[in-house]
Write a protein that binds this ligand. Sequence first.
Ligand SMILES: [Fe+2]
Length: 362
Amino acid sequence: MTTRGILSLKRATLSASRPTRGASNAIHTERLLGPTKASVVSKRNIHPAQRQARSFTMAADTTTVTDSNPFEQLSYLRKVATASPFISVKAAPPEASEFQFPLATRFKAPNREVGLSMASMYAQAIREHGICAIEMGWPDPDSQFMLDVISKMGCNPDTHSSTQGALWDVKFKPEGVYSEGIGKKAVSISHSMGEFAWHTDAAFEENPTRFFGFHIIHPDKKGGGVFRILRADDLTRLLSPEAVGVLSNHEFELKVPPEFFKGKDSVKGKLLEVDTAMGRAYVRFRKDILHDPLSADANANAAVKELNDLLDAPEGVGEHVPGFVFKEDSVLLMDNARYLHSRTDIKDPKRWLRRVRFHGPP
Ligand SMILES: [Fe+2]
């Protein structure tokens, strides 16, 4: 992490530690903000979870940190993250193909109010790492918390199609949803029990959705539906420079699946974008929306073949999101352009995720 990243994370930590309405001045920040801004702690109307937040902040806040020493800052942040009851830190060693969540990308929200008070930290996690997981301490059958978090981060949800709104149920739904494009119902892969190969969401839209979120209502409890992710940065490292060049420059014709019809049957777009200034790669891809045969351009065909061979390789690429994160009453927020994702065959017909796609800040 860069010094700038550390500083911004530190700011986000401080920002999220600020008291919520109804518990003003509940968090002590004297050592970080300086003695002239020493807080006055009020004991009025403090929720137990906020009292917990206060005690964690005070306990972690015993080290003098100078902005000029990044090692000191990193050590301080690790201490804060480990001490916080709202930031999850996994102690056990990970499995070989298990995605390791970077520091301060997993959170615990004991209730709605505390969960929403950390929205700036979620945004920071998405900005820095493209991923954020929130473990909720309560059931939320309408997925209202996920919608409220998105709104609090300054984002707006996208509609899924001309007939479907912001929320989309990812569950076994063999009857499908109505499509204006074909004038009858269409069944999405997300409504099947089958595998969903590597893709980004809404890759067939003129402006693909930038972020998406899952509210995990019922994970697959029979070992199927394993959610896997692959960083676009890693993808570009695994591809040849020639393929990266072609995928970043060629305009591909992309078919719009009928269940996501919004007025057009196909769009054009590049599959990769490399931001050399930021050192980041962005991707849009879904194998079954590309034409077959692809095009008359031999270089484009070769680059897509290399990409498909890499993603379809039996030894596999990417990592799975572990079950202790992808679990009931959790929300997973992702940058749809910085990761491909996939899922294995579903074994539990009750598996049920609720999805939202959104754009705007982070
Ligand atoms: Fe997806």
